[in-house]
Design a protein around this ligand. Structure first.
Ligand code: PHE
Length: 339
């Protein structure tokens, strides 16, 4: 009997269940009504009195061992099921599912890529700025209503520290530390205290650009922006410049592109005008150059700035800008790209 018990013990110790069913079969085989251990307990009645103590002890040990085995093996399966702790290292690993880039990143990358092809480099700067880099250096006079054009978020009641309202601040930083020729594009998040709607948001993205050298003209700007528009919206795209106002450029303009939905004939996307407004631009005001330590008699330049959400809306005909901020995968999954 002792030998039989020891054999059973060995069997239990070595047992490893491949599946939950396998484990259950094992339990029945050992502890079931006709199970091996159950039968041994029955036989125990016939054991000679002087052996009862020793055999009883052995049987109890086997019982504890088998219960522990059943418990630990069951836990393994439970954990695999809930994914808590995958203790079975032989299971195949879950492949990570690949995400897709956010459409705003796709649009921004495309814009940057077009300008880097023209020799522009990408510059970066802080989102928390000071008055000088966002307004004063850009020729916004104190208390000038132009500051209201860009409802600003200030920090801690200190009017000198604010969230940048445009990435023109990066252009100022670039001019302060770099001598012309300068050719930079400045992508980044900007903040304006505006009510959120289908067409506006208090946080959005811009790409602004700056080109400063000797003899840079309005015609250079026009040609650069025409190239950009055709790369971005298709080769038949036309542009038109309308006079506008920005404190940091003179003359200033707003650029429209021909509506690619209707080919300029007029539709509800372009509000039956045939044109879509895409960016602001102009010749850098001499005051701005001087503020940044650049001789305005020697150098001239042009600047432009665009909203990435707006361009992305036009490019993919998205009618509500809020979709870009809601992280709804049903929307985001529609934008697959290699870049
Ligand atoms: N900074 C302007 C804006 O945020 C855009 C702009 C940049 C216009 C450069 C002209 C020249 O609206």
């Amino acid at each position: 009997m002792r030998e039989k018990i020891e054999q059973l013990m060995k069997k239990i110790e070595e047992f490893n269940a491949g599946t939950p069913q396998h484990l259950e079969e094992f339990r029945i085989r050992i502890l079931g009504k006709k199970g091996e251990l159950t039968e041994m307990f029955d036989e125990f009645k016939n054991v000679a009195a002087e052996q009862k103590r020793e055999i009883g002890k052995l049987l109890n040990e086997v019982k504890i061992t088998v219960q522990e085995k059943l418990k630990s093996q069951k836990e393994l399966f439970d954990n695999v099921e809930t994914g808590k702790n995958i203790a079975d290292k032989t299971l195949p690993a879950n492949a990570d599912s690949l995400g897709s880039r956010h459409p705003i990143s796709l649009a921004k990358n495309e814009i940057l890529e077009i300008f880097t092809r023209l020799g522009f480099t990408v510059a970066d700067g802080p989102e928390i700025e000071d008055d000088w880099h966002v307004f004063s250096a850009l020729n916004f006079p104190p208390n000038h209503p132009a500051r209201d054009m860009q409802d600003t978020f200030f920090i801690e009641q200190n009017p000198d520290i604010l969230l940048r309202t445009h990435t023109s601040s990066i252009q100022v930083r670039t001019m302060e530390k770099q001598k012309p020729p300068i050719r930079v594009v400045c992508p980044g998040r900007v903040f304006r205290n505006e009510a959120i709607s289908a067409r506006a948001h208090c946080i959005f993205h811009q790409v602004e650009g700056l080109y400063i050298d000797k003899n840079v003209s309005f015609a250079d700007m026009k040609q650069t922006l025409l190239y950009f528009a055709r790369e971005m919206f298709g080769e038949n795209t036309e542009i038109r410049l309308r006079p506008s106002f920005f404190p940091f450029t003179e003359p200033s303009a707003e650029m429209d592109v021909s509506c690619k939905i209707c080919g300029g004939k007029g539709c509800n996307i372009c509000k039956y005008t045939g044109w879509l407004e895409v960016l602001g631009c102009g010749i850098v005001d001499p005051n701005v150059l001087e503020s940044c330590g650049i001789d305005s008699k020697e150098y001239t330049g042009f600047a432009f700035g665009m909203g990435v959400e707006r361009l992305a809306m036009l490019k993919w005909q998205v009618k509500d800008l809020r979709l870009y901020f809601e992280n709804d995968v049903r929307f985001l999954e529609q934008f697959q790209s290699a870049i």
